[in-house]
Design a protein around this ligand. Structure first.
Ligand code: NAD
Ligand code: IPM
Ligand code: MN
Length: 347
């Protein structure tokens, strides 16, 4: 059970430390943690946000626990040297195409959300976000035209096999849940989305028990706030999934609560909170580590089949919240370490 730990930048360091404490407290036989540098930290140390030694560590492990990358002092660098390339590179290099971002309201904790409790209480959804394609990985550029105007471009595209494999992930996830799959696209404007929709309809024939629906992304953003309880599984592209999952986090209560798994075809996966390095609160011990702790639970479940241990972590987090432990993101006073302690005490 070799697990790579890539804490990264800003609060990535702080929240990952708490998730590691939780993993260690479980006393799992054979658990070995291997640390590596990613992001701005890695750039300063090795001259690259995803150095070859980090990639080697990743390849030698069964799973990766990831914190966050991003450092505004690196924003002037050429794009391939920026911290964010570490997470994009890991996703691409390791074939992590399926990003699962569950958003569920904790029972009895409907007051965490900024939505009305009677709207929020029904939230139990899973965003399945495609992670290896879309506008993220298309040809891009910046140039000055002959008449002196600056121009930037990013090519959005999906090939049918890329859509098909994430469609299968979405339908299989729906089969294990309430059997409703909503495919989110922008087929009224984008050819990429028209192909996406066509392929979803084709793949649906293999899953007759799943009810497939389609929604434009602008409407989906509105429906997530109006009536999030209508969604079971949402399957969508890389960019739309990125945006909608931050929004879904606020429907639950805070971005500091949402975990994610990025999976390949095998049991291998990368597990990270959906939030970033939060430079505004970094280094102050204020970040909520619960999203990362819950990501560690997903790691145990998906990559190592440790359902009991995963459930132990999740219920410890739910108990801590139930006992009133709240980080600043939830309007409370508890710091990163204090929240980690509270979860450990309830394991
Ligand atoms: P962010 O998610 O880092 O922060 C957004 C807001 O949420 C901030 O106000 C922050 O303080 C708050 N927040 C985030 N996580 C929190 C937590 N655990 N506890 C309490 N508050 C929390 O997004 P941003 O500010 O847009 O981006 C900052 C940097 O992070 C950028 O460089 C960005 O590229 C990077 N980023 C990285 C990842 C990743 O590593 N996967 C994800 C998102 C953003
Ligand atoms: C996320 C982040 C990343 C993304 C960035 C940091 C590249 O926002 O993991 O949600 O856009 O995928
Ligand atoms: Mn994001």
């Amino acid at each position: 059970m070799r697990v790579a730990v890539f804490a990264g930048d800003g609060i990535g360091q702080e929240v990952t430390a708490e998730a590691v404490r939780v993993l260690e407290a479980l006393d799992l036989p054979g658990l070995e943690l291997v640390y590596g540098d990613v992001g701005g930290v890695a750039y300063r140390k090795h001259g690259h946000p995803l150095p070859p030694e980090t990639l080697d560590i990743a390849r030698s492990c069964g799973a990766i626990l990831f914190g966050a990358v991003g450092d505004f002092s690196c924003d002037h660098l050429e794009r391939h040297l920026r911290p964010e390339q570490a997470i994009l590179g890991l996703r691409k290099e390791l074939g992590l195409f399926a990003n699962l971002r569950p958003a569920t309201v904790f029972k009895g904790l409907e007051d965490l959300t900024t939505l009305r409790p009677e709207v929020a209480e029904k939230i139990d959804l899973l965003i399945v976000r495609e992670l290896n394609g879309d506008v993220y990985f298309g040809e891009k550029g910046l140039r000055t035209t002959q008449d002196g105007r600056r121009e930037g471009w990013d090519m959005m595209s999906y090939a049918e096999d890329e859509v098909r494999r994430i469609a299968h992930t979405g339908f299989k996830a729906a089969m294990g849940r309430r059997r409703k799959l909503c495919s989110v696209d922008k087929a009224n404007v984008l050819e990429t989305s028209q192909l996406w929709r066509d392929v979803m309809i084709e793949v649906a024939k293999e899953y007759p028990q799943v009810e497939l629906s389609h929604m434009y992304v602008d409407n989906a953003a509105m429906q997530l706030v109006k009536n999030p309880g209508q969604f079971d599984v949402i399957v969508t592209g890389n960019l739309f999934g990125d945006i909608l999952s931050d929004q879904a986090s606020m429907c639950v209560g805070s971005i500091g609560l949402l975990a994610s798994a990025s999976l390949a075809e095998s049991t291998f996966g990368l597990y990270e909170p959906i939030h970033g390095s939060a430079p505004d609160i970094a280094g102050k011990g204020l970040a909520n580590p619960m999203a990362t702790i819950l990501s560690a639970a997903m790691l145990l479940r998906h990559s190592f089949g440790l359902e009991t241990e995963a459930a132990r972590i999740e219920s410890a987090v739910a108990k801590a919240l139930g006992d009133g432990i709240r980080g600043g993101d939830l309007g409370g006073q508890a710091g990163t370490r204090e929240i980690g302690d509270a979860v450990l005490a309830r394991l």
